[in-house]
Design a protein. Structure first.
Length: 644
């Protein structure tokens, strides 16, 4: 038996590594965390030319951009994709489909992942299609694969379960790994086409890169820590950055989507629009989520930003408009007729909505009418259906848009109010980016809501602002514009606290054999609070000591279990309740307990005291944990982390 107790020194921060021994709490290589955090990978400061690749893995569409560090202003967004027909697109569908042999079975995703392909397997032998290659009418098409990584987020009720069912032997991280692998492989094909094989590989016959390739992968700001860790695992398995064979020195970093969008939007603004001391709000309205983040400008040359209020977000992206459109059609023609439409007819209907209504609607009060193809639906003039087309008025489209747009405006309003209450400075602008952020109607509605009190800026290339910002962020290396962020939740541990009759009830106390005192259990020790300022230049230490009965130590070894807990509420409780959820379990195997101090309590029981700390580094897209054992030389613990 062992007991976990927070040490009296409470929370500490440091900008320099000590002389304490630690082992990493994750078995996934991390990149570009702070150079002062021992064991972390650091962005190189050398003049060596590197290739930067930004990936915006989105709910409905994904984007890729690349640049050379020697030509940072000449970055390119990939606009041609395998299977693509018609005009160039700045994004590719986040869809994947497996062959019949891959999707047969239970589909519960609980079995082990598919065996890896043999070494040297060609791309065409991979048994799945992705992006534009996936036929829109394919029964095996998997959509919304990104949402599978974060079960803590409420999944929209309208998501077709057939479009997110897991193939046999595939878990969510396996599906995302396959998609990112395809994205990475095509990116390398594009780089070879643009730069030449000699530039990339030299005279290597085995595709060993001549120049390192760094990857910046974006994640939603509202995602859980587990989802971010799963994204990292999928990225590493897909061969991005540090784990990529033949890419020695290549790095990988996770950055939140709104932070990347802010990087691009700010640098696309006119010089005179930015002033030191002012704040701005970024609204990243994408396909599935809408993220809000606010910064205060503290320097222009170089650009330096500090997050001024806790970010927010919600599930009110453009796909919710798609669902409302389908519901509107279904109400008009009836559920039975709607469900009787062929897959091809539904596809044509949705394509018309996507191309001619959703993207073009601006809300102007006129007599505009749209004629939506509804192939196979019988003529019914009273329902507006004639010759396979349905008449839809401007007012009806307005009613489709308005509830979703209102949700977005409510999010913006709450963020603006928070900034104004924080007294960090005036709001100079609201930056509207993302696919949904490109909507003319959304822009006009936000403009009306603002009443010209706050400028609303819709930068050029808003649809690809996130991936463009990812490239900018990658080119910065370890000199980021965002200097500090605010924690979106509480982080802490459950512990036994000494019984205090002035604070605790009599029936709560329990006797602790080793400490020989009354304690109360399930108390929360919060080391990071919601709204706390975090920077990548500092680590936050969770100091503990453990008491271990000597009789529990076998062959000098003992296993400790440390649990990290989180709370998303505005005010976290001091006792564990339903608002507190487990984030991760760290199992620490002490390999030489005899090296720790041995004690005897007043009842003659022998025990060891282990002083240690868990160090946390909060980066934009990921939290990095490490463990330090005080006063020990050499490794005395091996640590594994399992996210709940």
């Amino acid at each position: 038996m062992s007991s976990q107790i927070p040490r009296p020194d409470s929370i500490t921060t440091s900008t320099a590594p000590g002389d304490l021994t630690f082992t990493s709490l994750t078995n996934i290589p991390l990149a570009w965390t702070s150079p002062t955090f021992t064991g972390a990978h650091k962005a190189p400061r050398s003049t060596e030319e590197r290739i930067i690749v930004g990936i915006d893995f989105g709910t409905t569409h994904s984007a890729v951009a690349w640049a050379l560090t020697s030509s940072p202003d000449e970055y390119e967004v990939i606009t041609t994709w395998p299977g693509q027909l018609g005009k160039d697109w700045g994004k590719v569908p986040s869809d994947i489909s497996y062959t019949d042999s891959e999707v047969s079975g239970s589909g519960d995703g609980e079995l082990s992942k598919s065996p890896p392909a043999a070494e040297g397997t060609a791309q065409e032998e991979i048994s799945y299609k992705w992006g534009f290659e996936v036929p829109p009418l394919s029964p095996n098409r998997l959509s919304w694969i990104k949402v599978l990584l974060d079960p803590s987020q409420p999944r929209p009720q309208f998501v077709n379960p057939k479009r997110t069912v897991l193939p046999y032997r595939k878990k969510p991280v396996d599906i995302v790994t396959d998609y990112l692998t395809a994205l990475r492989n095509y990116t390398m094909v594009t780089l070879e086409r643009r730069l030449g094989r000699e530039f990339l590989y030299g005279d290597s016959k085995w595709n060993v890169l001549k120049k390192p390739v760094d990857f910046v992968l974006t994640v939603p700001a509202v995602w859980s820590d587990k989802a971010r860790q799963m994204t990292l695992e999928a990225a590493v398995r897909a061969g991005l950055g540090v784990a990529e064979v033949g890419n020695a020195g290549g790095l990988l970093r996770l950055i939140t989507e709104p932070e990347c969008a802010a990087e691009y939007a700010l640098r696309s603004m006119q010089t005179g629009m930015l002033k030191v001391g002012e704040c701005f709000v970024v609204c990243d309205a994408g396909g599935g989520t809408v993220d809000l983040i606010s910064y205060r400008i503290t320097s222009l040359k170089p650009l330096q930003l500090h997050e001024c209020v806790v970010g927010s977000g919600g599930l009110c992206g453009a796909v919710y408009l798609d669902r409302r459109f389908e519901e509107f059609i279904q109400r008009r023609i009836g559920k039975e007729t709607f469900e009787g439409m062929s897959h091809r007819a539904r596809f044509q209907m949705n394509q018309y909505w996507e191309t001619y209504i959703k993207r073009e609607f601006n809300g102007e009060d006129n007599d505009t009418e749209f004629h939506v193809p509804v192939v196979g639906v019988p003529d019914c003039p009273e329902k507006g259906v004639t010759d396979g087309f349905m008449r839809v008025t401007r007012a009806e489209v307005h009613d489709i848009f308005e509830p979703i747009v209102t949700q977005v405006i409510d999010l913006i309003s709450s963020q603006v109010i928070s900034v104004l209450k924080s007294s960090h400075g005036p709001i100079s602008a609201i930056l509207l980016v993302g696919g949904f952020g490109s909507s003319e109607y959304l822009y006009r509605r936000i403009l009306t809501w603002s009443s010209s009190k706050i400028p609303i800026i819709q930068p050029r290339n808003a649809w690809t602002a996130v991936v463009r910002g990812a490239i900018i962020r990658g080119l910065q290396g370890d000199v980021a514009a965002v200097q500090s962020r605010l924690s979106r939740r509480y982080y802490g541990v459950v512990h036994d606290s000494a019984f205090d009759p002035t604070k605790h009830r009599e029936d709560e106390k329990k006797w602790h054999d080793l400490r020989c005192e009354w304690v109360v259990r399930n108390r929360m020790q919060w080391y990071i609070h919601r709204g706390d300022v975090t920077t990548e230049a500092k680590k936050i230490s969770f100091p503990f000591y453990r008491t271990i009965k000597a009789e529990d130590v076998k062959n000098g070894k003992h296993q400790l279990r440390t649990e990290l807990w989180v709370c998303d509420d505005e005010i976290a409780p001091d006792k564990r309740d339903s608002s507190v959820r487990k984030l991760a379990v760290m199992t620490s195997e002490l390999v030489d307990v005899g090296r720790f101090s041995k004690h005897v309590n007043e009842k003659g029981k022998e025990f060891y005291r282990v002083d240690y700390s868990l160090d946390m580094m909060v980066t934009s897209g990921l939290i990095v944990y490490e463990m330090r054992i005080e006063g020990q030389e050499g490794t005395v613990a091996r640590v594994a982390t399992n996210y709940e």
